[in-house]
Design a protein around this ligand. Structure first.
Ligand code: ATP
Length: 139
């Protein structure tokens, strides 16, 4: 099966780097599937799940914002924030979700609702990605 190199990096670190068979990324206009030999492309990412398949295995990453570039020999994701499923601290994400929900339930002057919504969205994504991994590993 043909493969393409995927590099997922943030300003701080390399989050994922490997040869993979397919990448499904959260593009601003919807899910974007990339197979080897995909045409060159540059797009913006939104908060969402990045799914990678390699051999019979599937990995998920939580991604928040950034860019994706398809080059002839590789896919580069430069994300604002990215975590592999196994790096996600579920309790921290649950606490962030509760905090954001609390803020949105009592919006008062000085509370930035859009920021609380973005935080809630990131927390829910982290919970989804972490729980999906847990289900996969207990199958
Ligand atoms: P929190 O309120 O818990 O800090 P946040 O959504 O504000 O969450 P971000 O600003 O998105 O956090 O991320 C800050 C840094 O912390 C990033 O490096 C991100 O990868 C990491 N991070 C945030 N939440 C988690 C988590 N639940 N598990 C692992 N790393 C996390």
């Amino acid at each position: 099966m043909s493969s393409i190199r995927l590099d997922v990096v943030t300003a701080e670190r390399v989050v994922f780097s490997d040869d993979v068979n397919i990448v499904v990324a959260p593009g601003v206009e919807g899910q974007l599937g990339i197979l080897p030999y995909h045409a060159p492309l540059m797009t913006t990412l939104q908060t969402g799940e990045l799914v990678v398949r390699k051999g019979g295995e599937e990995f998920s990453l939580a991604i928040s914002g950034g860019f994706l570039e398809v080059r002839p020999d590789r896919v580069i994701v430069l994300a604002d924030v990215a975590e592999r499923a196994e790096e996600i601290d579920l309790e921290r994400a649950e606490a962030a979700k509760r905090r954001a929900e609390e803020r949105l339930a009592h919006v008062v002057p000085g509370i930035d609702a859009a920021r609380a919504e973005a935080s809630l969205h990131r927390a829910m994504l982290r919970i989804k990605v972490a729980e999906r991994r847990r289900r996969r590993t207990t199958l």
